[in-house]
Design a protein around this ligand. Structure first.
Ligand SMILES: Nc1ncnc2c1ncn2[C@@H]1O[C@H](COP(=O)(O)OP(=O)(O)OP(=O)(O)O)[C@@H](O)[C@H]1O
Ligand SMILES: [Mg+2]
Length: 324
């Protein structure tokens, strides 16, 4: 059996809810509520789902920016969920997170030279000359040049800011990179060049990606496997081509039916109607969290939360329907 790079087990992250007290108890906002998946070295694993379902929280909890409420993150065979601070900092150079908003992760008062060098000063004992050399090399790897070193972040376009964000994390020689909405806000042609850059960097630096995105067409193109999240849980997980070809969870069926660009088989081109909003994460409905919006909901779905289980070859799903 191939060794895993990442093994996430029943991961939970609860925030203290802004709603204050519910029924006399402090309410919790369950941003992640028992998420389990495994990632193999070299693959690109996608996460999709509506806004607020917990994708960014997942990335940040894996990295340790958020302290997990429960569950485990095993990275290269080692439990890194609750490491002491010093060890956590060391591990963090191996796992890198590329923020959803690239502009905000680059200090506007610093020139690019300093922005790129800073993580190396923090995480390594490299000398100044070696740091300069490394930053130039990584800038080149992402398609920018030395002439950019003296500029400030606001002098770059959105696409260039993504490149800078990548150069900054690559300096630390990571093995797992969490890309959070890496193409949002970019026009289609820039998106295409950035996606190609991800592929080039992945093979050049032996990277593994967790790829978080709203854009299902991009996920389809980039990811070997994917997980569909809803209200802090994974609803369906499997090989990307198989999930797109035959989604089994009603929520995945809805998400895929809503993509206009994907060619649909004859007879299945209708958009599946889905009413209502995602549930309040401070007060999830009982049973299956998706049941109030599910066109197939049965009595059982209102009472009993479905188990996340294997439903065929490499396909996991959390649904009471007979999905075979
Ligand atoms: N630091 C925080 N403190 C309190 N609540 C938070 C915090 N971060 C996220 N949340 C809440 O957790 C839930 C999940 O948020 P998250 O940002 O992970 O969603 P997302 O799937 O990344 O959404 P989007 O697609 O809009 O980026 C939301 O209800 C959000 O309000
Ligand atoms: Mg997010």
């Amino acid at each position: 059996m191939q060794e895993l790079i990442l093994d996430v087990q029943r991961l939970r992250k609860y925030f203290k809810g802004p709603g204050g007290f519910l029924e006399g108890r402090v309410s919790f906002l369950k941003a992640l509520d028992g998420v389990s998946f495994q990632v193999f070295p070299g693959e690109t694993f996608g996460f999709v789902g509506e806004s607020g379902c917990g994708k960014s929280t997942l990335g940040k909890t894996i990295l340790g920016i958020y302290r997990a409420t429960g569950g485990h993150v095993i990275f290269k065979g080692r439990d890194i969920t609750r490491l002491p601070r010093k060890q956590a900092i060391r591990i963090r150079s191996e796992i890198q997170y590329v923020y959803q908003d690239p502009g905000s992760s680059l200090d506007p008062h610093w020139k690019i030279r300093k922005i790129l060098a800073e993580p190396l000063h923090i995480h390594t004992h490299m000398k100044r000359v070696a740091i300069e050399e490394r930053t130039r090399e990584m800038l080149k790897a992402v398609g920018l040049g030395e002439e950019h070193l003296g500029l400030y972040p606001h002098e770059f376009s959105g696409g260039q800011q993504r490149r800078l964000g990548l150069a900054r994390i690559l300096c630390l020689n990571p093995s797992l990179v969490i890309l959070d909405e890496p193409t949002s806000g970019l026009d289609v042609s820039v998106q295409a060049t950035i996606l190609k850059l991800f592929l080039d960097l992945k093979s050049r630096f032996n990277l593994t990606y967790l790829f978080i995105s709203h854009n299902l067409s991009v996920v389809r193109m980039m990811c070997q496997r994917l997980a569909v999240m809803y209200a802090g849980k994974i609803m369906e997980m499997g090989d990307t081509p198989a999930v797109f070809e035959r989604p089994i969870h009603p929520y995945t069926q809805f998400l895929l039916s809503a993509i206009p660009t994907i060619e649909k088989k004859t007879g299945s081109s209708e958009e599946i109607p889905l009413s209502g909003e995602p549930p309040n994460p401070e007060d999830f409905p009982p049973g299956c969290r998706f049941h109030p919006r599910c066109p197939h909901a049965m009595d059982r779905c209102k009472k009993e939360a479905p188990e996340f289980r294997l439903q065929g070859k490499d396909r996991w799903s959390a649904c009471h329907l007979d999905l075979k």
